[in-house]
Write a protein that binds this ligand. Sequence first.
Ligand SMILES: N[C@@H](CCC(=O)N[C@@H](CS)C(=O)NCC(=O)O)C(=O)O
Length: 164
Amino acid sequence: MLPAHGGEELGVEAEPEPGLTIVGSYLSPYVRKVLACLHLKGLAYRIDPIVPFYGNEEFGRISPVRRVPVLIDEAVTLCDSTVICEYLEERHPRPHLLPASPPERARARWLEEYADTRMGEVFIWRLFNEVVIKRFVWGEPTDEAALARTLDTEIPAVLDHLER
Ligand SMILES: N[C@@H](CCC(=O)N[C@@H](CS)C(=O)NCC(=O)O)C(=O)O
């Protein structure tokens, strides 16, 4: 491990050992998406539970946009949960995680895209950021009006789309 922040070992492996490493905290839904994919495929991995805000220089090298998850294996280092899951699906096709028929595959991809973008925006950046990250990472107060808007209109609209 490389030293990262405040002397803690939150960095990433300089020389990854053979096998499969996922860099990223369990708190991240994008990390958990990749872990769900690994579990469903029965693949062993180790996790380097870095919090992206505290990542060191090595983290910036393997994740140029400083986001998690990152996958490191003996063949490749990859960012972005969708790219990582597609790689796992191609490299370890069974069990298939996408449906067989093109319309169902497309629908599954749309749901993934919707979760990654709109749901991420609403649940991570409007809700979780407002009540947790702003307060406990940056020491800033919650914007109560913005939070109320998210709870009253944005989250119900997202859930309505999923219900439909
Ligand atoms: N499109 C990316 C999004 C990943 C993402 O936004 N991860 C968040 C954690 S939930 C992150 O690393 N945030 C750090 C930052 O924005 O500085 C993916 O699917 O992997």
